[in-house]
Design a protein around this ligand. Structure first.
Ligand code: FES
Length: 127
């Protein structure tokens, strides 16, 4: 349910493209891609893979938070950090897009999509 929730606007920079997105308070970047009902969701889906659908097993959803915003976004939990350590060229302000949840104080947030991605999900040996 998104009724009554604040809309949060943010900017995604991917290579030489930059686009404006929006999503409701409480939704992760992955949720926005899944719902596809807000501005920028389509573009976000094109640049952010989310190969494991949010179970923190792939690192393809890595985003780099602009340093000015990192304190408001917050540090990753330990499990998220473990996955980020295996991500493509992780940065001190990297977060997983499936774990980064919008909140009203993130209005105006700027995120960059890395130029590559490691998909660790491909390497999980399923029985
Ligand atoms: Fe796989 Fe985020 S979607 S770790």
């Amino acid at each position: 349910r998104t009724e009554g929730r604040a809309k949060v606007h943010f900017t995604i920079v991917a290579g030489n493209r930059s686009f404006d997105c929006e999503g409701y308070d409480g939704l992760s970047l992955l949720d926005i891609i899944k719902h596809q009902d807000s501005a920028g969701a389509q573009e976000l889906a094109e640049v952010l893979e989310c190969a494991c659908s949010g179970i923190m097993a792939c690192s393809t959803c890595q985003v780099i938070v602009h340093p000015d915003w990192f304190e408001r976004v917050g540090e990753p939990e330990e499990e998220e950090q473990d996955m980020l350590d295996l991500a493509f060229d992780p940065q001190p302000t990297s977060r997983l897009g499936c774990q980064l949840v919008l909140k009203p104080e993130l209005e105006g947030l700027v995120l960059t999509i890395p130029s590559g991605a490691n998909n660790l999900f491909d390497h999980i040996p399923f029985e």
